[in-house]
Ligand binder design. Structure first.
Ligand code: IVH
Length: 717
């Protein structure tokens, strides 16, 4: 009798484990056939029988319940089964702040951006950051018409039927509410309901859930809304999307209106004026945190005035007028068993702690960053003692901290547990990969020794070279499928000239070199005819590439995806970008100013780019690469209808209605490029009182000159 038919009472433990593995796979396969392809292979009764058998075996052998068990899958329905909903206004996320200093910076930044406002004149709201999932609920003519999850911020999932089962959320709005209303907020599960649900699961011999947030998400994304109804989800309203009319002109006022319409709103929301009061409220909420019946992970601060919110506007993914002040991370003790040194793309030697595995806030941690040599010694970034100067030694009991998705770090040492025989850690003086000297640079600007120790091997260092290549093919750069970390190592190490990939252009000549060679890639272990064909196709597909991906792929220090996008947008074509960088080399003059004046690019980044182009080895590799690939012209942002889209604008003299930052941000949001210097390429100069040489230059080049008011008329602001 096969294990699949044997009565549950007769199964041995080993057979039960095998049966559960089989059932998990078989039920998942049938789920996919049923939901995804609408082509079930078995009858509903047979399907139910599989599930019942799974439950029965799990009840008898609770220790064998699998992580992928069908009984554990709350949200069994794959997301494709919910219809997509495009949000009328994007659902953004929040920037995080972690310390009092960060909060002071946030508030100071708001004042700086708006300019000329007296101290403490800007009110902020402070309210708990609920650990649930955000939801946008739309009402038309007073009736709920749809509800959608956040999704990627632009498109969410239609979960209207499920949201209708949440009793706390009104189905209709009172007379007098605007015709179109989108209320946004957080769906969550109360801690007490979560515990009760888990007690019930346990009593039924089922696997318990991990945390209220995941349970809420799983309970909501149920194709059968009856399941959602049984789960007692709750809601707090704190924001909005499209509104045909604004019923209030402050953040606080809006939330009070939501309350008057019947939405639950958080009682701990307050309106405050000074940083001290804001931080005081954060402390208060922190003290109440353990007693609240819902999970929170911080406090959200928002500028109260909606007029000021509008002036502050947004960065790419988050508003300038809000921030989330997170509570301190979770910590745990464990032993530091070793320190490894990783060599990165830019040669930085990063010490990585190897730990005895430990669970921190529900996640098993085995590695943590130790940042740099000084950090291990107990010295901070500014040369100040940290941890009261305590160093970190191999063998020590250490405190590991994990905050959100950030890499775990070691924050302290338990001195009482230190072995008397322990010795301080010696940071390597040579690169552990290539043996070149490892040095700490002197920072040109500050004259201080850099915190980072770098390998001086450059291109001869295998770690730097392979990390460069791995970055080049990574998902947000060239994204070449079939060319992962393992394959790069293989091609890099190969001694066969028809296989070797040492620099990026080699990737694109691989197929040609292979054609002329007898030693075929497809005969090598790990590759086959099909996978080799796919690899070449994936490589060839990338010969045309978006300019920002190309720039990001070059691996220039400090040039991440966002900076690459700014550069692509600003220069338009690769040739213009490279020409600009070469011209900017003296770190002075128009080309240098053009680069520095791009909003979002500071001097450190600008320097790094210019330095990169000074190195002949880099430009040689790029020239070879350009024989193989064509970066595309950058797409200009779609701000159709704006009279300044694509125009280069310079602000000079003193502005009276806006700060320089605000004017810049506004112009850029309308698709203009803002530069700090006037050249023949400038389209508009906005000149305020006191304008000097830039105004003269504008006249010399015949550039259109506007007053601040004329500019405002032009952009309709
Ligand atoms: S305001 C434009 N307020 O946090 C800003 N968000 O990290 C809109 N969240 O996606 C968000 N509590 O899911 C806001 N009181 C609160 C919040 C809150 C929780 C979530 C929300 C958002 C995420 C951002």
């Amino acid at each position: 009798m096969s294990t699949e038919q044997k009565p549950v009472e007769n199964l041995t433990e080993e057979e039960a484990a095998a049966a559960l593995a089989y059932l998990a796979a078989e039920i998942a396969r049938n789920d996919a056939l049923y939901h995804g392809k609408d082509a079930p292979e078995i009858s509903d009764a047979d399907y139910d029988a599989l599930k019942r058998r799974n439950d029965a075996i799990e009840a008898r052998f609770p220790a064998l319940i699998r992580a992928d068990s069908p009984s554990r899958r709350v949200g069994a329905a794959p997301s494709e089964t919910f219809a997509p909903v495009v949000h009328a206004r994007p659902m953004l996320s929040l920037d995080n702040t972690f310390s009092q200093e960060d909060v002071e910076d946030f508030v100071a930044g708001v004042y700086r951006f708006l300019g000329r406002l007296p101290d403490n004149s800007i009110a902020f709201t402070a309210e708990p950051k609920i650990d649930g999932l955000s939801m946008s609920i739309r009402y038309e003519n007073g009736r709920m018409v749809s509800a959608a999850t956040r999704g990627d911020g632009t498109t969410g999932e239609n979960v209207t039927a499920n949201i209708r089962t949440i009793k706390e959320i009104p189905q209709t709005l009172p007379a007098g509410a605007p015709a179109i209303v989108e209320v946004r907020g957080e769906v969550y599960m109360a801690k007490s309901d979560f515990l009760a649900l888990n007690a019930q699961m346990e009593a039924e011999g089922k696997q318990t859930y991990v945390n209220p947030r995941n349970t809420a998400a799983g309970s909501l994304r149920q194709l059968d809304a009856k399941v959602t109804a049984s789960r007692k989800l709750k809601f707090f309203a704190y924001a909005w999307g499209e509104m045909s009319d604004m019923p209030a002109d402050t953040q606080y006022g809006m939330v009070q209106v939501f309350k008057s319409w019947g939405f639950p709103v958080n009682p701990l929301m307050a309106r405050l004026n000074s940083v001290a009061d804001i931080l005081g409220h954060y402390e208060q909420i922190g003290l109440q945190r353990p007693d609240l019946d819902y999970d929170i992970d911080g406090v959200v601060y928002k500028v109260d005035s909606l007029e000021l919110q509008a002036r502050l506007g947004f960065r790419s993914r988050s508003p300038r007028w809000a921030t989330a002040h997170k509570f301190p991370a979770e910590q745990a003790f464990t032993r530091l068993v070793g320190i490894d040194i990783q060599v990165g793309r830019t040669g930085a030697l990063t010490p990585v702690a190897r730990l005895e595995p430990i669970t921190v806030g529900g996640v098993v941690v085995t590695n943590a960053t130790l940042h740099n040599a000084d950090y291990i010694k107990g010295i901070g970034n500014k040369g100040e003692p940290i941890r009261d100067g305590r160093d970190i030694r191999v063998g020590d009991m250490v405190i590991v901290q994990r905050a959100g998705d950030v890499i775990p770090q070691i924050v302290d040492v338990v001195m009482e547990k230190r072995e008397p025989s322990s010795v301080s850690y010696e940071f390597p003086k040579v690169c552990p990969v290539c043996g070149s000297h490892a040095v700490r640079d002197i920072n040109e600007k500050t004259g201080k020794v850099d915190a980072v120790t770098r390998c001086t091997g450059g291109f001869i260092c295998r770690a730097q070279a392979t990390e460069h290549l791995k970055h080049f093919v990574s998902r947000n750069a060239y994204d070449i499928e079939g060319l992962g970390s393992k394959q790069i190592d293989f091609f890099f190490e190969s001694e066969d000239s028809a296989l070797q990939i040492r620099t990026a252009p080699d990737i694109f000549t691989l197929e040609k070199r292979q054609q002329a060679s007898l030693a075929k890639l497809e005969n090598i272990d790990g590759f086959g005819k099909v996978s080799v064909g796919k690899l070449y196709a994936a490589i060839n597909e990338r010969r045309q590439i978006a300019l920002h991906r190309f720039i990001f792929a070059l691996g220039i220090r400090h040039v991440g995806e966002t900076t690459a996008k700014l550069l692509a947008r600003s220069y338009g074509t690769y040739n213009a970008f490279e020409a600009g960088m070469k011209e900017a080399a003296p770190l002075a003059g128009d080309a240098w100013n053009d680069l520095n004046n791009i909003e979002g690019i500071g001097e450190v980044v600008a320097r790094a780019i210019v330095e990169f182009y000074k190195e002949p080895r880099n430009t040689e590799v790029i020239a070879k690469l350009l024989e193989q690939v064509q970066p595309q012209e950058a797409e200009q942002p779609v701000t159709s209808g704006s009279p300044v889209t694509g125009k280069t604008v310079v602000f000079t003299g003193s502005l009276e209605k806006f700060t320089r930052d605000e004017a810049k941000a506004k112009a850029e949001s309308l698709g203009a490029k803002v530069s700090g210097s006037v050249s023949k390429k400038t389209d508009i100069v906005v000149a305020g009182p006191g304008a000097g040489s830039k105004l003269d230059k504008a006249r010399e080049f015949n550039v259109q000159v506007l007053t601040e008011d004329e500019w405002l008329d032009l952009i309709g602001g």
